[in-house]
Structures are given as structure tokens and as C-alpha cells.
Design a binder for this molecule. Structure first.
Ligand code: KG4
Ligand code: ZN
Length: 351
């Protein structure tokens, strides 16, 4: 039973194509976690269409908030603060969540706290651990980002490396589209891969030996395209590739992405003094990645904290990172704007 004196946070997340609302108490107990997925709206385009996403958020945001409160058994007047994702993401999508959050904070006269979506992905690891896990190396692998961080604390992140082109999830999505496996691509490739041979094709492992912590996945997608075209004499994937060949390609493609991610985590750990690795974001739900990270952690003596699968893909519960900001008295003002990129622009000083 939640002790209301501890505080109740309503969190709102709308950075991409999930409209999400959650109620999380001060002890990080998730009382509700509602995610209204728009996958069915974007499937036929093979990726998220920003304008469709924003319009769907507008329709779904209030029902999602209502359902989060109802499921948690919490009334608006019991809330302590409103948390919201303000960055990074699609501008139109972010604006819907931020406007809802500002309106509630103003009407209820309670604090507004804004969080970074990618930092919240890593906070999902802290939530599942049930204790402080920082300092740590943090890997965020999602549809929009592939980021390695040195996380000094839950709110103090230093970027060590990132992708120079496609994100890991984007590679999964584009690869699945090329293979005719559907959308979102990560789960589709993960389902096909165990039916194939991951050694069937030796795809490149971009930047794996580079002495930096950056990633690159666009060449991998091109290599897959060449592999498919090499087998084709025109026609669709299902006409030119056998089902078993599609599974071989899916398994080999997944293996290449996973190998690069694991190698870069290992390098980041070796270069730091941290003994903890936390991994979050949609791609962190990937079974093969979880397996190979676990293997690497065993060999290197690293404590591995993976976000639980339910908190890997986009959700609002992970925005409970806001409690850490509340502790530090870091609040947002009602003139807060959204930021599409990772960093909030510096405030302009009048001259
Ligand atoms: O974190 P997320 O839900 O949204 C963003 O912040 O982008 O990540 C979505 C991405 C998609 O690219 C999706 O294909 C990928 O995560 N994904 C997976 C799996 N589940 C979702 N990738 C690989 N394996 C999975 N099981
Ligand atoms: Zn995400």
C-alpha cells in the first residue's frame, strides 16, 4: 500500500510514437504504466511518420492520463508533481506531452519536472535494481539513439560516444524492411533469427576495432541490401529468397549489430573505473544482445543491469527519474520548450 505522504508522480511521455502516462510513487513503485502504441498507424510506412504521430498523441494523451490515474487509484488532487519528457524526440510529438503536463501542473499548482528521454531509458535500470547503481557506464540503444555514457549519478551524464549515422534500432527497422519482416523491425528480426544460422553471412562489424566509442550502422544495412540483391533477379524478397535464407540473413544481421554493441561496451568499461554497466532503450529488449552482454559481463567481472523488457521500449514510468531532480530541487518553469536534440539550448542572455 502506498503511503501518500511519500509523494505521487504523474509522468507523461510522448517523444516518438507511444503515448504514455504512468503513476510512480516516491519509492519508485510503479502504480500504473499505460502505453498506447501507434505501431499500427506507422506500420505501412515502415517507420514513424511525425505528423501522424503528433495527431495521434493529441487524440490519445488525455485518455492515457485518465487511465493511468484510474489504474493507480489516484486522484489528480493527490499528485505531488508532474514529470514530462521534454527532449530529445519529434518536436510535434514532444509538444503534445509537454502541453498536457504544463496544463496539469498549472491547474493543480504543483511542480513540473522535465526529463531527458534517453536518461530516463537508463533510469529504468535503476528502477529495476531497487537501489543506486551509479556510477556506471550506460548504453542507450533505441530507434533514435545509440549512446554510450559515463553516468556519474542518475542526473550527471557525460557522453562518451554515439552513432555517426543510423541508430541500432533504426538498423533493425531498416534491415527488417529489406527482409520483408515487418515493423517494428527489432522484434521481427529477433523472432526470425533463432530459425536461421548467425554464421551464414559474415556481415561487417562497423568501427568495431576503431579506438573510439562511436558507432556506425548504415553500411551494415547496405551490406544486407547487396546480399539480398545478389540473390535476386528482380521481384520481392519473398519471391527471391527462401524463408530459411531470410532467417539466416536476419540471424547474421542481428549478430553483427550485437557484436558491435557488446565490443563498444567492453571498451568503455575498460577505459573507465566503473564496474557497472546499465543498458536501456528498445533494442535492450533484444534477447541475443542480453545474452552476449551477460557473457561479456561474466568474463570482465562487470555488474550488468539490464532494463526489464517491459521498461525497455518507450514508457512513462521511467520518467520517474524526475524524483532525482525533485530531490535536487531542479524544477521546470512553465515557459519550458521542447528540444529535438539531446541537449537543451543554452539560455540567451540579453545584451
Ligand atoms: O526506445 P524505443 O521504444 O523508442 C525510441 O526511443 O526510439 O525503441 C524502439 C526501437 C525500434 O527501433 C525497435 O525496432 C527496437 O527498439 N526494438 C528492438 C526490440 N524491441 C524493440 N530491437 C531489437 N530487438 C528487440 N527485441
Ligand atoms: Zn525511447
Amino acid at each position: 500500500m502506498t503511503n501518500q505522504a511519500d509523494g505521487l508522480l504523474l509522468a507523461i511521455e510522448s517523444s516518438c510514437d507511444e503515448t504514455a502516462a504512468a503513476v510512480v510513487d516516491r519509492r519508485l513503485t510503479i502504480l500504473s504504466n499505460i502505453v498506447s502504441s501507434q505501431s499500427e498507424l506507422h506500420r505501412r510506412f515502415g517507420g514513424v511518420v511525425p505528423e501522424i504521430a503528433s495527431r495521434a498523441h493529441v487524440r490519445r494523451i488525455i485518455p492515457a492520463v485518465d487511465e493511468a490515474l484510474r489504474t493507480a487509484g489516484v486522484r489528480l488532487d493527490q499528485l505531488t508533481a508532474i514529470a514530462v519528457t521534454s527532449r530529445p524526440g519529434l518536436v510535434g510529438s514532444l509538444l503534445v506531452g509537454l502541453t498536457a503536463a504544463k496544463t496539469l501542473a498549472m491547474a493543480l499548482d504543483i511542480p513540473l519536472v522535465d526529463v531527458s528521454h534517453v536518461e530516463a531509458h537508463l533510469y529504468a535500470c535503476r528502477m529495476s535494481a531497487g537501489r543506486n547503481i551509479f556510477p556506471a557506464i550506460g548504453l542507450v540503444v533505441s530507434g533514435g539513439h545509440t549512446l554510450l555514457y559515463d553516468c556519474e549519478s542518475a542526473v550527471d551524464f557525460k557522453l562518451l560516444g554515439s552513432t555517426i549515422d543510423d541508430a541500432a534500432g533504426e538498423a533493425f527497422d531498416k534491415g527488417a524492411k529489406l527482409l520483408g519482416l515487418g515493423y517494428p523491425g527489432g522484434p521481427a528480426i529477433q523472432t526470425a533469427a533463432p530459425l536461421g544460422d548467425s554464421a551464414a553471412v559474415r556481415f561487417p562489424r562497423p568501427l568495431i576495432d576503431a579506438p573510439n566509442l562511436d558507432f556506425s550502422f548504415s553500411g551494415l544495412k547496405t551490406a544486407l541490401l547487396y546480399e539480398i540483391n545478389g540473390s535476386s533477379r528482380g521481384g520481392t524478397v519473398s519471391q527471391v529468397l527462401s524463408k530459411s535464407r531470410v532467417c539466416d540473413l536476419a540471424a547474421s544481421f542481428q549478430e553483427a549489430i550485437v557484436d558491435v554493441l557488446v565490443a563498444k561496451c567492453r571498451l568503455a568499461l575498460a577505459r573507465s573505473r566503473h564496474a557497472v554497466l546499465c543498458v536501456g532503450g528498445g533494442v535492450a529488449a533484444n534477447g541475443r544482445l542480453r545474452e552476449k552482454l551477460t557473457e561479456m559481463a561474466g568474463v570482465t567481472g562487470t555488474e550488468l543491469i539490464l532494463a526489464p523488457p517491459a521498461l525497455c521500449t518507450d514508457n512513462a514510468a521511467m520518467a520517474a527519474l524526475a524524483w532525482e531532480l525533485i530531490d535536487r530541487e531542479i524544477f521546470a518553469s512553465l515557459d519550458l520548450d521542447v528540444t529535438p536534440g539531446l541537449l537543451r539550448p543554452k539560455k540567451r542572455v540579453a545584451t
